[in-house]
Design a protein around this ligand. Structure first.
Ligand SMILES: [Zn+2]
Length: 327
Protein backbone atom coordinates (compact mmCIF):
# COMPACT_ATOMS: atom_id res chain seq x y z
CA UNK A 1 0.00 0.00 0.00
CA UNK A 2 1.32 3.42 -0.89
CA UNK A 3 1.68 5.89 1.89
CA UNK A 4 -0.87 8.69 1.97
CA UNK A 5 0.46 12.21 1.64
CA UNK A 6 -0.89 15.76 1.41
CA UNK A 7 -4.63 16.18 1.49
CA UNK A 8 -5.30 12.46 1.31
CA UNK A 9 -3.41 12.04 4.55
CA UNK A 10 -5.16 15.03 6.13
CA UNK A 11 -8.58 13.69 5.21
CA UNK A 12 -7.75 10.15 6.26
CA UNK A 13 -6.53 11.35 9.65
CA UNK A 14 -9.38 13.83 10.21
CA UNK A 15 -11.27 12.67 13.29
CA UNK A 16 -14.14 15.20 13.01
CA UNK A 17 -13.91 15.84 16.72
CA UNK A 18 -14.23 19.15 18.55
CA UNK A 19 -10.44 19.46 18.87
CA UNK A 20 -9.91 19.53 15.08
CA UNK A 21 -10.50 22.23 12.50
CA UNK A 22 -13.61 21.24 10.50
CA UNK A 23 -11.97 22.19 7.22
CA UNK A 24 -8.28 21.25 7.31
CA UNK A 25 -8.44 18.77 10.20
CA UNK A 26 -5.50 20.32 12.08
CA UNK A 27 -5.21 20.09 15.84
CA UNK A 28 -6.80 23.04 17.65
CA UNK A 29 -4.97 24.68 20.54
CA UNK A 30 -5.69 27.78 22.61
CA UNK A 31 -3.54 29.72 20.15
CA UNK A 32 -5.25 28.80 16.89
CA UNK A 33 -8.78 27.85 17.91
CA UNK A 34 -11.66 29.91 16.47
CA UNK A 35 -15.33 29.30 15.80
CA UNK A 36 -16.84 29.49 12.36
CA UNK A 37 -20.51 30.42 11.99
CA UNK A 38 -22.12 27.97 9.59
CA UNK A 39 -24.55 30.68 8.49
CA UNK A 40 -22.12 33.60 8.25
CA UNK A 41 -22.48 36.51 10.64
CA UNK A 42 -23.18 39.03 7.87
CA UNK A 43 -26.19 36.97 6.74
CA UNK A 44 -27.43 36.57 10.30
CA UNK A 45 -27.21 40.33 10.74
CA UNK A 46 -28.87 40.99 7.41
CA UNK A 47 -31.90 38.82 8.14
CA UNK A 48 -31.93 39.03 11.91
CA UNK A 49 -31.37 35.30 12.21
CA UNK A 50 -29.45 35.09 15.49
CA UNK A 51 -32.46 33.94 17.52
CA UNK A 52 -34.34 32.22 14.74
CA UNK A 53 -34.16 28.46 14.62
CA UNK A 54 -33.03 25.93 12.08
CA UNK A 55 -34.40 22.38 11.99
CA UNK A 56 -31.69 19.72 12.16
CA UNK A 57 -31.64 16.17 10.85
CA UNK A 58 -33.55 14.61 13.76
CA UNK A 59 -36.05 17.47 14.01
CA UNK A 60 -34.11 19.32 16.75
CA UNK A 61 -34.42 23.10 16.55
CA UNK A 62 -31.25 25.10 17.07
CA UNK A 63 -30.82 28.87 17.09
CA UNK A 64 -28.62 30.06 14.24
CA UNK A 65 -26.34 31.78 16.76
CA UNK A 66 -25.33 28.36 18.12
CA UNK A 67 -24.69 26.93 14.69
CA UNK A 68 -20.92 27.16 14.97
CA UNK A 69 -18.15 24.70 14.18
CA UNK A 70 -14.50 24.44 15.29
CA UNK A 71 -12.12 26.08 12.87
CA UNK A 72 -8.43 26.99 12.93
CA UNK A 73 -7.22 30.59 12.74
CA UNK A 74 -5.61 30.06 9.35
CA UNK A 75 -8.69 28.55 7.67
CA UNK A 76 -10.94 31.15 9.25
CA UNK A 77 -8.93 34.26 8.44
CA UNK A 78 -6.85 33.34 5.44
CA UNK A 79 -9.39 31.32 3.51
CA UNK A 80 -12.97 31.62 4.75
CA UNK A 81 -12.97 35.36 5.43
CA UNK A 82 -11.93 36.52 1.94
CA UNK A 83 -14.25 33.90 0.50
CA UNK A 84 -17.16 35.17 2.60
CA UNK A 85 -16.30 38.80 1.74
CA UNK A 86 -16.61 37.96 -1.94
CA UNK A 87 -20.10 36.48 -1.46
CA UNK A 88 -21.18 39.34 0.79
CA UNK A 89 -20.15 42.04 -1.65
CA UNK A 90 -21.89 40.21 -4.52
CA UNK A 91 -24.99 39.91 -2.34
CA UNK A 92 -24.93 43.64 -1.61
CA UNK A 93 -24.88 44.34 -5.34
CA UNK A 94 -28.30 42.65 -5.67
CA UNK A 95 -29.50 39.77 -7.81
CA UNK A 96 -27.73 40.74 -11.04
CA UNK A 97 -24.34 41.09 -9.36
CA UNK A 98 -24.84 37.90 -7.39
CA UNK A 99 -25.75 36.08 -10.58
CA UNK A 100 -22.33 36.97 -11.99
CA UNK A 101 -20.52 34.98 -9.28
CA UNK A 102 -18.85 31.94 -10.77
CA UNK A 103 -20.70 28.73 -10.04
CA UNK A 104 -17.73 27.07 -8.33
CA UNK A 105 -17.63 29.83 -5.71
CA UNK A 106 -21.35 29.39 -5.13
CA UNK A 107 -20.93 25.64 -4.96
CA UNK A 108 -18.21 25.95 -2.31
CA UNK A 109 -20.20 28.45 -0.32
CA UNK A 110 -23.34 26.31 -0.25
CA UNK A 111 -21.25 23.19 0.20
CA UNK A 112 -19.62 24.64 3.30
CA UNK A 113 -22.97 25.54 4.84
CA UNK A 114 -24.33 22.10 4.04
CA UNK A 115 -21.32 20.32 5.50
CA UNK A 116 -21.15 22.70 8.47
CA UNK A 117 -24.64 21.69 9.56
CA UNK A 118 -23.84 17.98 9.53
CA UNK A 119 -20.61 18.76 11.33
CA UNK A 120 -22.46 20.71 14.03
CA UNK A 121 -24.74 17.75 14.56
CA UNK A 122 -21.72 15.77 15.71
CA UNK A 123 -21.80 17.69 18.96
CA UNK A 124 -25.53 17.64 19.69
CA UNK A 125 -27.37 14.88 21.53
CA UNK A 126 -29.82 13.00 19.36
CA UNK A 127 -32.21 13.08 22.27
CA UNK A 128 -31.53 15.67 24.96
CA UNK A 129 -33.43 13.68 27.57
CA UNK A 130 -31.31 10.60 26.84
CA UNK A 131 -27.64 11.65 26.49
CA UNK A 132 -26.48 8.05 26.15
CA UNK A 133 -28.36 7.82 22.83
CA UNK A 134 -25.35 9.53 21.29
CA UNK A 135 -25.16 12.50 18.96
CA UNK A 136 -27.28 13.33 15.91
CA UNK A 137 -24.46 12.42 13.55
CA UNK A 138 -21.16 10.66 14.14
CA UNK A 139 -17.69 10.81 12.55
CA UNK A 140 -18.43 7.67 10.50
CA UNK A 141 -21.43 9.41 8.94
CA UNK A 142 -19.28 12.42 8.08
CA UNK A 143 -16.71 10.17 6.47
CA UNK A 144 -19.40 9.05 4.02
CA UNK A 145 -19.21 12.59 2.58
CA UNK A 146 -15.59 11.99 1.57
CA UNK A 147 -15.88 13.39 -1.97
CA UNK A 148 -17.81 16.43 -0.85
CA UNK A 149 -15.27 17.12 1.86
CA UNK A 150 -12.46 16.75 -0.65
CA UNK A 151 -14.18 19.29 -2.94
CA UNK A 152 -14.48 21.77 -0.05
CA UNK A 153 -10.69 21.90 0.09
CA UNK A 154 -11.10 24.23 -2.90
CA UNK A 155 -11.87 26.94 -0.31
CA UNK A 156 -8.23 26.60 0.77
CA UNK A 157 -7.08 26.55 -2.85
CA UNK A 158 -6.16 22.89 -2.47
CA UNK A 159 -8.62 21.30 -4.85
CA UNK A 160 -9.86 21.68 -8.40
CA UNK A 161 -12.15 19.88 -10.84
CA UNK A 162 -10.77 18.59 -14.08
CA UNK A 163 -13.19 19.08 -16.97
CA UNK A 164 -16.39 18.74 -14.99
CA UNK A 165 -18.55 20.47 -12.44
CA UNK A 166 -20.00 18.42 -9.56
CA UNK A 167 -23.28 20.22 -9.00
CA UNK A 168 -26.40 21.81 -10.37
CA UNK A 169 -26.75 25.39 -9.12
CA UNK A 170 -29.89 27.37 -9.90
CA UNK A 171 -30.41 31.04 -9.22
CA UNK A 172 -33.83 32.68 -9.17
CA UNK A 173 -34.89 36.23 -8.61
CA UNK A 174 -37.37 36.20 -5.76
CA UNK A 175 -39.71 38.81 -4.36
CA UNK A 176 -38.47 40.53 -1.24
CA UNK A 177 -41.25 40.74 1.36
CA UNK A 178 -41.33 43.81 3.59
CA UNK A 179 -40.96 41.92 6.86
CA UNK A 180 -37.38 40.87 7.48
CA UNK A 181 -38.37 37.46 8.90
CA UNK A 182 -40.08 36.64 5.61
CA UNK A 183 -37.01 37.48 3.55
CA UNK A 184 -35.11 34.36 4.61
CA UNK A 185 -35.83 30.73 3.84
CA UNK A 186 -33.70 27.62 4.22
CA UNK A 187 -34.24 24.01 3.17
CA UNK A 188 -31.81 21.11 3.06
CA UNK A 189 -32.02 17.42 2.41
CA UNK A 190 -28.96 15.96 3.99
CA UNK A 191 -28.74 12.50 2.53
CA UNK A 192 -29.29 13.90 -0.95
CA UNK A 193 -26.65 16.65 -0.71
CA UNK A 194 -29.30 19.23 -1.51
CA UNK A 195 -29.62 22.79 -0.22
CA UNK A 196 -31.79 25.83 -0.95
CA UNK A 197 -31.60 29.36 0.43
CA UNK A 198 -33.79 32.39 -0.21
CA UNK A 199 -32.18 35.60 1.00
CA UNK A 200 -34.00 38.77 0.00
CA UNK A 201 -34.33 38.89 -3.77
CA UNK A 202 -31.93 36.00 -4.33
CA UNK A 203 -33.04 32.39 -4.37
CA UNK A 204 -30.44 29.64 -4.78
CA UNK A 205 -31.10 25.94 -5.12
CA UNK A 206 -28.35 23.39 -5.47
CA UNK A 207 -28.04 19.69 -5.88
CA UNK A 208 -24.45 19.48 -4.74
CA UNK A 209 -23.44 16.16 -6.16
CA UNK A 210 -25.34 15.29 -9.31
CA UNK A 211 -22.65 16.37 -11.80
CA UNK A 212 -25.09 18.84 -13.31
CA UNK A 213 -27.61 16.15 -14.29
CA UNK A 214 -30.57 17.77 -12.57
CA UNK A 215 -29.74 21.04 -14.30
CA UNK A 216 -31.25 19.54 -17.46
CA UNK A 217 -34.52 20.38 -15.76
CA UNK A 218 -33.58 23.92 -16.73
CA UNK A 219 -35.72 23.42 -19.88
CA UNK A 220 -38.73 22.93 -17.64
CA UNK A 221 -38.13 25.88 -15.38
CA UNK A 222 -36.55 28.33 -17.79
CA UNK A 223 -39.77 30.14 -18.67
CA UNK A 224 -40.41 30.91 -15.01
CA UNK A 225 -37.40 33.16 -15.06
CA UNK A 226 -39.44 36.02 -16.50
CA UNK A 227 -41.13 36.50 -13.11
CA UNK A 228 -39.87 37.29 -9.62
CA UNK A 229 -40.89 34.25 -7.63
CA UNK A 230 -43.26 34.48 -4.69
CA UNK A 231 -41.85 32.64 -1.61
CA UNK A 232 -44.39 29.86 -2.21
CA UNK A 233 -43.32 29.55 -5.85
CA UNK A 234 -39.72 29.32 -4.71
CA UNK A 235 -40.72 26.44 -2.42
CA UNK A 236 -42.46 24.79 -5.38
CA UNK A 237 -39.25 25.14 -7.38
CA UNK A 238 -37.35 23.46 -4.52
CA UNK A 239 -39.84 20.57 -4.52
CA UNK A 240 -39.49 20.13 -8.29
CA UNK A 241 -35.72 20.06 -8.30
CA UNK A 242 -35.46 17.93 -5.16
CA UNK A 243 -37.86 15.34 -6.58
CA UNK A 244 -35.91 15.27 -9.83
CA UNK A 245 -32.78 14.62 -7.76
CA UNK A 246 -34.52 11.76 -5.94
CA UNK A 247 -35.29 10.24 -9.35
CA UNK A 248 -31.63 10.10 -10.32
CA UNK A 249 -30.64 6.45 -10.28
CA UNK A 250 -26.86 6.79 -10.63
CA UNK A 251 -24.24 7.56 -8.01
CA UNK A 252 -21.49 9.84 -9.32
CA UNK A 253 -18.04 8.29 -9.22
CA UNK A 254 -14.88 10.33 -8.82
CA UNK A 255 -11.16 9.76 -8.99
CA UNK A 256 -8.95 12.06 -6.96
CA UNK A 257 -5.37 12.66 -8.02
CA UNK A 258 -2.60 14.33 -6.12
CA UNK A 259 -1.22 17.26 -8.06
CA UNK A 260 1.64 18.83 -6.15
CA UNK A 261 0.26 20.47 -3.01
CA UNK A 262 -3.34 20.07 -4.10
CA UNK A 263 -5.72 17.48 -5.50
CA UNK A 264 -7.68 17.29 -8.70
CA UNK A 265 -10.84 15.31 -9.29
CA UNK A 266 -11.97 13.56 -12.44
CA UNK A 267 -15.52 12.33 -12.82
CA UNK A 268 -16.47 9.06 -14.47
CA UNK A 269 -19.37 9.17 -16.91
CA UNK A 270 -22.68 9.30 -15.08
CA UNK A 271 -24.36 7.31 -17.81
CA UNK A 272 -21.79 4.53 -17.37
CA UNK A 273 -22.10 1.40 -19.47
CA UNK A 274 -25.83 1.05 -19.05
CA UNK A 275 -28.17 2.60 -21.62
CA UNK A 276 -30.87 3.00 -18.96
CA UNK A 277 -31.88 6.68 -18.55
CA UNK A 278 -30.25 8.25 -15.52
CA UNK A 279 -33.59 9.46 -14.14
CA UNK A 280 -36.54 7.23 -13.25
CA UNK A 281 -39.93 8.31 -14.55
CA UNK A 282 -41.63 11.29 -12.94
CA UNK A 283 -44.68 10.26 -10.90
CA UNK A 284 -47.10 13.08 -10.09
CA UNK A 285 -48.53 11.22 -7.10
CA UNK A 286 -45.14 10.93 -5.43
CA UNK A 287 -44.22 14.45 -6.43
CA UNK A 288 -47.41 15.93 -4.97
CA UNK A 289 -46.49 14.47 -1.56
CA UNK A 290 -43.07 16.15 -1.74
CA UNK A 291 -44.71 19.37 -2.92
CA UNK A 292 -47.07 19.25 0.05
CA UNK A 293 -44.22 18.60 2.47
CA UNK A 294 -41.96 21.35 1.12
CA UNK A 295 -44.67 24.01 0.74
CA UNK A 296 -46.64 23.09 3.85
CA UNK A 297 -49.81 23.16 1.75
CA UNK A 298 -52.30 20.33 2.38
CA UNK A 299 -51.97 17.27 0.14
CA UNK A 300 -55.61 17.59 -1.01
CA UNK A 301 -54.65 20.89 -2.62
CA UNK A 302 -51.31 19.72 -4.02
CA UNK A 303 -52.93 16.60 -5.45
CA UNK A 304 -56.43 17.63 -6.61
CA UNK A 305 -56.99 14.15 -8.07
CA UNK A 306 -54.89 11.03 -8.61
CA UNK A 307 -52.20 11.56 -11.22
CA UNK A 308 -52.68 15.35 -11.13
CA UNK A 309 -50.58 17.92 -9.34
CA UNK A 310 -51.15 21.55 -8.45
CA UNK A 311 -48.80 24.33 -9.53
CA UNK A 312 -48.44 27.96 -8.49
CA UNK A 313 -45.94 28.58 -11.25
CA UNK A 314 -48.08 28.51 -14.36
CA UNK A 315 -51.63 28.75 -15.55
CA UNK A 316 -53.51 26.20 -17.66
CA UNK A 317 -51.89 27.61 -20.82
CA UNK A 318 -48.43 26.98 -19.42
CA UNK A 319 -47.63 30.69 -18.93
CA UNK A 320 -45.86 31.84 -15.78
CA UNK A 321 -47.99 33.45 -13.13
CA UNK A 322 -46.78 36.43 -11.15
CA UNK A 323 -48.17 36.31 -7.62
CA UNK A 324 -47.60 39.59 -5.79
CA UNK A 325 -46.44 38.93 -2.24
CA UNK A 326 -49.35 40.81 -0.64
CA UNK A 327 -51.70 38.13 -1.94
ZN1 LIG B 1 -8.06 24.71 9.40
Amino acid sequence: MTELTGIFKQIEEHTYTIDKCFLCGCELTNDNKTEEHVIPKWLQNQFNLWNQKITLLNGTLLQYRYLTIPCCFECNNLHLKPFEDKIKSAFEGGYDTFNKLDRETLFLWLGKIYFGIIHRELFLSADRAKPDYGTITNPEYLKSFYSHFMFLQGIRGKHSFRDFFPASVYLFKTQKPLKIEEQWDFVDSQNTLFIAIRMGEIGIISSLQDCGATQKLEDLIQHHRDIDLHPLQFREMIAKILYKRFLMNRIPKFINIQNGESTETISLSLQGLSSKPIFDDWDNDVYSKILSEITGVALEICQPEKGKVWTWLMNADGNSIFIPFDD
